[in-house]
Design a protein around this ligand. Sequence first.
Ligand code: F6R
Length: 610
Amino acid sequence: MCGIIGYIGKQEAAEVLMEGLRRLEYRGYDSSGLALLNGQGLTIQKAHGKLQRLVDRLQKDPLFGTVGVGHTRWATHGIPNEMNAHPHTDCKTEIAVVHNGIIENFREIKKSLEGAGHQFHSETDTEVLPHLIESLYKGNLFQAVQQALQRIHGSYAIAVVSAKEPNRLVAARKGSPLVLGLGKNEFLVASDVPALLKQTREIVYLEDGEMVDIGVGSVRILTIEGKLIQRESIQVDWDISQAEKEGYPHFMIKEIMEQPRSLKQTAAGRIQQGKVMFQELEVLRAGLSDPKKINRVILLGCGTAYHAGLIGEYLLEKFIQVPVEVEMSSEFRYSSPAITPETLVIAVSQSGETADTLASVRHAKKQGATVISICNVVGSSITREVDATLYTHAGPEIAVASTKAYTSQLAVLFLLSLYLGGLRKTAPADENERLLGHFKQLPEQIEKVLAQSSNIQELAGRYAQFDRFLYLGRHVNYPSALEGALKLKEISYIHAEGYPAGEMKHGHIALIDDKMPVLCIVTKSSVYEKMFSNLQEVHARGGKIIAIATQGDSEIRGLIQDGVYLPEAHEFVSPIIVAVALQLFAYHVAVHRGLDVDQPRNLAKSVTVE
Ligand code: F6R
């Protein structure tokens, strides 16, 4: 949802900003731009399309200067074109602003500024900001930005420079992420940590309602009201190489291939002497272990994170035996669920910045629930608002389609279910130990699925020309069907629908013909026989079946066109290895179709607007 960056230091800012934008491109990629102060004034370069277009422009027409701001856009107000690309400027082209978020009252501000003679050139909400700052400027950029922010409603992360104060960079956030990087004789602000990693690993996470006022060699953090804030920086342990493709053609395949390692990282230190340990939950232990204090669970998330929540529901209900519901955050935030202090809300989010999930967390907290998050990005907005966070430790996920973060979310939900079951004594200790034994085999089993990548590539080649798919699964692998279909849709633009296999005969069976492959998850489990019957139903109606099955299953061979055979896994951990096979299938179909796998059209990685 747009990436912003600002730099002030001794290096050529264009290089630093472009390097940062490259790492923020996952947030939006329909246009981009830079504004630099070069001693004579503000110079700007923008381009419509992918960041490479801006790179090409800058090669022909370079910008110079050691202070500047940059932006990569995911359009909300105004179509993607050069005119609407950021940075936006004031009437005299002295003030440049980059913005991530939405200014809700921009129409009324624009009207009043136009009345006062300001000339606007774009259709964006953002353009009101430089004009508003211009109208309030009385020799102090920080104060003018501060006053402007007090007049706007909505969400923002912004960075502002002005030719009138060429050694100053002002930034602020409310509702959109912003981090401050402390380098050697240089400072940066950006929407996300990977954008800063080349310069520094010393980071300060800014909170909502905070501003930074940066000069050459000095930085102050203040609230929008002007109160000085002291905040310790933290040292992030992400490595720059983790944000590189490392020889893979796409981030998505790199991240799929990383899953044996990311899963080990997720589990590291959390299994001790045959038991699950979550140090992070110690503070909540008394409440969590008492069925009277927590008698209901609500899982929240969007997209892939919601699918992880759906699987979590089966696990939590089984192991802690309380009612568990799963809600899409975008629906939950406007609903009136009867939340009580006895409700445990678990927000699942890779980025920790998804606007709907963040708003839902606030909604739940207001009503007295205990709220924990399962999150990948350390220090992100959601993690700062909840009572405790279980980090997934999957490492940075750059591809827009979530892969390793999803399997790590599933791993945390599995471990959390055993942990709570252990605390409440609702799951027998020997069963926990047995299941942990199955869990520990996953990295090795995933390696075996990954080793089939070239077979899956061939299979994908045979199906890449179809334009609709049905994914069927049951029980814990019904959400796997939803997730598999989502992966295919988002990167291949093929219509795919995930459905519970048992529901098929109530309607969907009418769709079955030889033009719609049916991908059936029919791994060995307690519902295997039921799935087998569904396979027969599809087969009898001439459907083309691709089975995701268990190695050695010869019974299904007569019914299916093609199969991917997975190592035998316990059904409660099977969604993790099923996910890997479905990710590979979606990836290879998209590659066969010649599509931009890492940056699919219309999407952005972090949805920080509603
Ligand atoms: C799909 C995908 C999205 C995200 C969703 C939530 O591959 O990545 O559906 O899962 O936008 O994002 P987070 O997990 O960051 O809250």
